[in-house]
Design a binder for this molecule. Structure first.
Ligand SMILES: Cc1cc2nc3c(=O)[nH]c(=O)nc-3n(C[C@H](O)[C@H](O)[C@H](O)COP(=O)(O)OP(=O)(O)OC[C@H]3O[C@@H](n4cnc5c(N)ncnc54)[C@H](O)[C@@H]3O)c2cc1C
Length: 307
């Protein structure tokens, strides 16, 4: 007879793994499907805000996540190296299709995270992790008394700049068009003497040796090419939630394609589907938050299944 899981968790980052551990310990008949156990911060040279660890590499932390989940491998069906390609519903049962098979489940937890938009310029790939970072909350303390650049002009860029001000000597915010963050926040940050805002530029190149040393950009108005020395670059040009496999209309997404959830329970507006972590419309993106979201979701799913 075909297995019908009680819960199908999609994703093997911090949210997916936390959900898997909680589901296994609650003896929920669950499957966890993931491409890999490499959440976004697996590439991080040093993580300093994972609670319980003063410092840990991203690689080490994600190996521990995987080990923790696999300790319960008798209690949860782990399907790795599989990509979910679609979810459809047939009455009260969801059909989760992957690159290797098809699974049926009464509930689904989407924990597929997001992919940060990368800088499309020369040097960006070479210096990632060598001065280029995508997370001010994570890495700002490493740039104490240094000159840094924030690339981007929305709220996230200004929030990053605000966090950097506690450490950096100067913060330059550069943006290809005009700034478009909340006016009050922009005014407050730009009035700080340590901050400079530069708009309407084309970023041309990131330069450095072992680490980043400068950016080169063109002023769109004057066509002048400028080299700006810097010790660090914080990229805040948005991210794309990994939700391509969700068919139109199955789950409600916001205008940034993020899954809309009830923050108390992580429930979506579709009965039987929950979401956790960076693929949701939650405001903040952190490992600790993704894990907390997932725990809330599994508690709620457990209640739903029991009722
Ligand atoms: C470079 C970088 C450094 C960071 N550093 C820190 C830090 O120091 N501290 C901190 O708290 N936060 C940090 N963050 C943020 C943190 O990594 C994210 O908030 C966190 O990873 C979100 O977890 P998640 O489980 O929601 O998603 P993700 O980590 O994105 O994991 C998603 C998982 O889903 C899988 N997946 C995706 N699509 C599919 C599919 N269709 N089928 C099957 N599997 C799929 C992926 O393979 C992956 O395993 C950093 C982010 C970046 C980009």
């Amino acid at each position: 007879m075909e297995t019908i899981f009680d819960l199908c968790i999609i994703g093997g980052g911090p949210a997916g793994v936390a959900a898997g551990v909680y589901a296994a310990r609650k003896k929920i008949k669950a499957a966890l499907i993931t491409e890999n156990f490499r959440g976004q911060s697996a590439v991080s040279g040093e993580i300093q805000n994972w609670i319980g660890d003063v410092s840990v590499t991203g690689d080490e932390l994600h190996k521990r996540f995987e080990q923790h989940l696999k300790f319960y491998s008798k209690d949860i069906d782990i399907k790795e190296k599989e990509t979910v390609t679609s979810i459809t519903r047939n009455d009260a049962v969801f059909n989760v299709k992957t690159t290797k098979g098809e699974y049926k489940s009464k509930t689904v937890l989407v924990a597929t995270g997001s992919i940060r938009r990368k800088l499309p310029v020369k040097g960006a790939e070479e210096f990632e992790g060598k001065g280029i970072t995508y997370c001010a909350t994570c890495d700002a303390p490493m740039f104490g008394d240094l000159d840094v650049v924030v690339i981007g002009g929305g709220n996230s860029a200004f929030e990053s700049a605000s966090q950097l001000l506690a450490y950096a000597k100067t913060v330059t915010i550069i943006q290809r068009s005009d700034f478009r963050a909340e006016p009050i926040m922009m005014q407050k940050i730009l009035s700080n003497p340590k901050v400079k805002g530069i708009t309407n530029i084309d970023l041309l190149q990131i330069k450095g040796d072992k680490f980043v040393s400068a950016i080169i950009y063109k002023d769109k108005k004057t066509a002048e090419v400028i080299e700006l020395p810097t010790n660090g670059i914080f990229v805040e040009i948005g991210s794309n939630p990994s939700v391509d496999f969700i068919e139109h209309g199955l789950v409600k997404l916001d205008d940034r394609e993020q899954i809309i959830v009830d923050p108390k329970t992580q429930k979506t507006e579709t009965t039987g589907i929950w979401a956790a972590g960076d693929c949701t419309d939650g405001l903040y993106r952190q490992n600790n938050i993704a894990v907390g979201d997932a725990v809330k979701a599994v508690e709620d799913i457990y209640r739903y299944l029991k009722n």
